[in-house]
Design a binder for this molecule. Sequence first.
Ligand SMILES: [Zn+2]
Length: 413
Amino acid sequence: MAKYENLIPRFLKYVKINTRSNPDSTTIPSDPRLTEFANGLVADLKAIGLKNVHINPQSSYVFATLPANTDKTVQKLGFISHFDTADFNSEHITPKFVENYDGQSVIKLDDAGKYTLDPAVFPNLKNYKGHTLITTDGSTLLGADDKSGVAEIMAAAEYLLAHPEIKHGEIEIGLGPDEEIGTGADHFDVKDFGADIAYTVDGGPLGQLEYETFNAADAQVEITGTNVHPAEAKGVMVNASQVAMDFHAALPDHDRPENTEGREGFFHLYSMTGTVDSAHLSYIIRDHDRQVFEDRKKLFQGVADQLNKQYGSERVQVTIKDQYYNMREVIEKDMTVVDLAKEALEDLDIKPLIFPVRGGTDGSKISFMGLPTPNLFAGGENMHGRFEYVSEQTMEKATDVIIKIAELTESKA
Ligand SMILES: [Zn+2]
């Protein structure tokens, strides 16, 4: 029998429920189906035997507590994941299984074989020789991001309740909506959650441990032109679309997502519309280094200032909004939370894979609310689309890691 009896069954039950979040919504959560799913989680968490199970009213996170079983004073650990899924078809998700994968075959997702998982395209498949893989049928995403995290956290809690010989402090569980639309953690209630240090279990392959993310801002550029008949345009027309192109051309050529990697930041133009009369450019600005990030925003504003000076009027208006910051700024003040996870991985013979994330996590926001929250692997690969898959064995290892962190925290107290 599997070590975590309910891990995979619970995962399968959850992925079959459509929990796609809605980027166009302004409600919390973004869709009523997320409330319905949260209610189901409340019932399941209570059934496991967890305490203080409730939905936090300001964030719609489901919170639960696993009480301590030790007399020592131990730091309260938190484990967090999200149950909404990304912007891709998530109706009628039908998980498929590949038992004992050989690490080299092409896996057909749909019966006709239009969509496949091919190691030539997805080389990580080679890491899964001997594993049981759970895939999609090619028509939907899978939702391992992040229902694998949800199922792992719940399996770890269930295991600890069934094994009182493993001593641990109080453990807080937080399962939230709307991570995929970037708003889930905005209203996270650190006080109600009650943890001293926490982890999101929302990373990818085995061993991933992330405590460095981008600093992030959204930047909108509104350009106003002067539209006159082209025949009489000389010296009068200001073509907003032309000004938009000049604006973009004034940004550093190299600093685009397609030219950068590792710790290199960028300006990413993700949408543009324009006529002679008006034009609009939408960017995201990213950098791991806070100072360089601030400099990038200044440079961006400076391009607008320069163009306005050139035209002698306010043609270009820039609105920059910070989205989240590099959690490293918070975490490096006390590396305990990272060191614990590293030690847990090493104790379990899992090689820690520590790289700066070229993105953000819910922990980027939560860390700045005063709760240091790096990100642990949950197992998913090729997230956010039809090629998503996860290994059962990796999900078991992720569950092992959660339990090991709890154990280590108690033993060091
Ligand atoms: Zn995720």
